[in-house]
Design a protein around this ligand. Sequence first.
Ligand code: UP5
Ligand code: MG
Length: 186
Amino acid sequence: LANEKVTVVFVLGGPGSGKGTQCANIVQHFRYTHLSAGDLLREEIKSGSGNGTMIQTMIKDGKIVPSEVTVMLLLRAMRESGNDKFLIDGFPRNEENRVAFEAVINIEPAFVLYFDCPEDEMERRLLKRNQGREDDNIVTIRKRFKVFMESSLPVIEYYNSKGKVCKIDAGKPAEEVFEAVKAVFA
Ligand code: UP5
Ligand code: MG
């Protein structure tokens, strides 16, 4: 990657806050490649990789997969895309992720899009998503919320202290949320 020319936006927010939904909208209007770390990990399970069982166990338990796995998948996807503008969705989720991305990929995000959504609304959305995700059950959902509060919010705080966070009210209908998102990218 020719780092000088690469634009990275981290898209963060709790489970079910609408990261994937809004990234799909952004890609339709702006020239970004959407890379969901969670999707890359789920593809890695399906591909029958040697790490698959470990990744599956961690996702089922709402835990954060070690950075060496996730960063490798992100770097490969960035290279393969041929693009130089990326929405990195659902990563970095903890300090270890953030530091590993800096150490290996070394691209400072242009900004961080933070989807702020009440937990009861996120829970409703996840329980009715019904796309067969092994982590969309109430037991795992509660664990995902806890990990988000304990490990991921501090990363958002870190970028906020650097003046890099654009906070979006994500509790509203998806079309309204996208109006706010568009204003950030325009
Ligand atoms: N929906 C969306 N927006 C809506 C709105 N405004 N109003 C009403 N409904 C709305 O949306 C979720 C559902 O809500 C959908 O049905 C949607 O139609 C509806 P979505 O856009 O999918 O939300 P998103 O924030 O993407 O939710 P997701 O469940 O993907 O978030 P998570 O952060 O929990 O999941 P992710 O895939 O990123 O990670 C899963 C697991 O992978 C993690 O728990 C972890 O175990 C592992 N992981 C790592 O270990 N490391 C990583 O770097 C990334 C993931
Ligand atoms: Mg998602």
